[in-house]
Design a protein. Structure first.
Length: 432
């Protein structure tokens, strides 16, 4: 970490504690409280980490007020319009846009790792047919550490690199096979002449009994969805990956932990939940009822796909996603999609409503993605696995950054204990 730019002084219990303040290249400064407990015997209290920077990182930057998202400094809108997913992976992992030769090398390396160890299919077959593909992914990705022993030594930079490439390459195969298994169709092997997104669509939708030609329009839309989800600084699943990795756990175990966290409806599971909500609303005339429920403190219902911990203006990913939804439906020849109509009207009404204005609640990336994915032919249960496929590179880039950081320590938060104080054990016959 660099030199302090200023200090902050805390007066506590008659002591004056001077804390260094550091500045990043952009964004809020941080007060370094690492020595606070040693000097003042007091912890900071921040459940949900709303005011805590857990690490320094040079990968992704979000300005929540401006609605800005940068990957290694490049705005997401420019990347979504001009780049492609594997180039974004390269950028996130290595820090710079690759040269043509670096791109060829990277694409080759990813492409040569797309197959799974043949024995891994027995893991898929061990699950119930109705298993959610996210459940299958958590299990299978965790199991990779049992198959790829030559890439589990986190102290060896080469093994870390191989693990990274393996996961980026194999995640589409794992997600597609989880889907194929759930619908009782044979697994489709990767086709290395296809690009990353096309290969994924092929593994999801091809069957052995007839040819399947991937639509370039859908492949482009899928590639864009992947770029938009590729990283998002220290979100819940990324922090989970970092925390798991801080103990020295192997990379496959860490990414499996990230997948498990992503599944929650407040995080990546929101894309499935959003589409289910839009289906439940079904018609525009029912929107006011759902807006009312979302505002009712006694009703746990929330507008799924709305709100974000960091974005308090708009989510730039949602803007691109909304344009994509229009484009994809248009290109698929869908003249009228009732869910898109409900979504747009819901957005319009919510954004004019005092409650949503005051709380700065805007559509997030998950609001429109489900509409596109459904139009492509994916069932709702596949929405979050597609998020996981896309976010894998972000998790790995952040994990690699953490492991390479010489100041890295095991993540070990403390607590404000509010339970019983010391008391003596009472034998069962003496309990009242
Ligand atoms: N509908 C209605 N009210 C909401 C919503 C919503 N979607 N989101 C937040 N609020 C209200 C909330 O009730 C609270 O009100 P009050 O201050 O009166 O108690 C206030 O806004 C702040 O909410 P919070 O839960 O303290 O905010 P947070 O930063 O902890 O949560 C969030 C952020 C994304 C979990 C939350 O907005 C939410 O649950 N949204 C719906 C789920 C969703 O779409 N998640 C995807 C997030 S983007 C993709 C990703 O991260 O994977």
């Amino acid at each position: 970490m660099q030199k302090p730019v200023k200090t902050a002084t805390l007066h506590y219990d008659g002591k004056e504690i001077v804390l260094p303040v550091y500045a990043g290249t952009v964004g809020p400064n941080v007060v370094d409280i690492r020595k606070l407990f040693a000097e003042a015997e007091v912890f900071t209290f921040d459940p949900g980490f709303t005011s805590t920077a857990a690490c320094d990182s040079s990968i992704t930057y979000i300005d929540g007020d401006k609605g800005e998202l940068l990957y290694r400094g490049y705005p997401i809108e420019q990347l979504a319009a001009q780049s492609n997913f594997l180039e974004v992976c390269n950028l996130l992992l290595y820090g710079e846009l690759p040269t043509a030769a670096q791109t060829t090398d990277f694409v080759n390396r990813v492409t040569r790792h797309t197959m799974l160890h043949e024995q891994m299919q027995y893991f898929f077959r061990g699950f119930r047919r109705d298993a959610h593909p996210m459940a299958t992914m958590v299990g299978v990705v965790g199991a990779m550490s049992a198959f790829y022993h030559d890439s589990t030594d986190i102290n060896d930079p080469w093994q870390r690199e191989v693990a990274a490439i393996r996961m980026i390459a194999k995640m589409p195969t794992i997600a597609a096979w989880a889907y194929k298994y759930s619908i009782g169709q044979p697994f489709v092997y990767p086709q290395n002449h296809l690009d990353y997104a096309s290969n994924f669509l092929h593994m999801c939708f091809a069957v052995p009994c007839e040819p399947y030609v991937v639509s370039p329009v859908l492949a482009k839309a899928m590639d864009r969805i992947m770029m938009l989800h590729a990283d998002h600084e220290q979100n819940a699943s990324t922090s989970t990956v970092r925390l798991a990795g801080s103990s020295g756990a192997n990379p496959f175990a860490c990414i499996a932990a990230g997948i498990a966290c992503l599944w929650g409806p407040a995080h990546g599971g929101a894309n499935q939940a959003t589409l289910e909500m839009l289906r439940e609303i079904a018609t525009v005339d029912r929107i006011p009822e759902f807006i009312r429920r979302a505002k009712d403190k006694n009703d746990p219902f929330r507008l799924m796909g709305f709100g974000h911990r960091v974005y308090k203006n708009f989510d730039p990913r949602a803007k691109v996603m909304k344009e994509s939804a229009d484009e994809v439906l248009d290109l698929l020849g869908v003249k009228h999609n009732p869910l898109l109509q409900v979504a747009k009207e819901l957005e319009r009404i919510a954004l004019e409503d005092e409650y949503f204005i005051e709380k700065k609640l805007y559509p997030n990336v998950d609001f429109y993605s489900g509409i596109i994915l459904e139009a492509m032919g994916f069932p709702t249960a596949m929405f979050t696995p597609i998020f996981a496929v896309s976010r894998t590179v972000g998790w790995i880039a952040q994990w690699k950054e953490m492991i390479a950081d010489p100041t890295q320590k095991i993540g070990r938060p403390r607590q404000l204990y509010v339970g019983p104080t010391r008391r003596d054990y009472v034998p069962v016959e003496a309990r009242g």
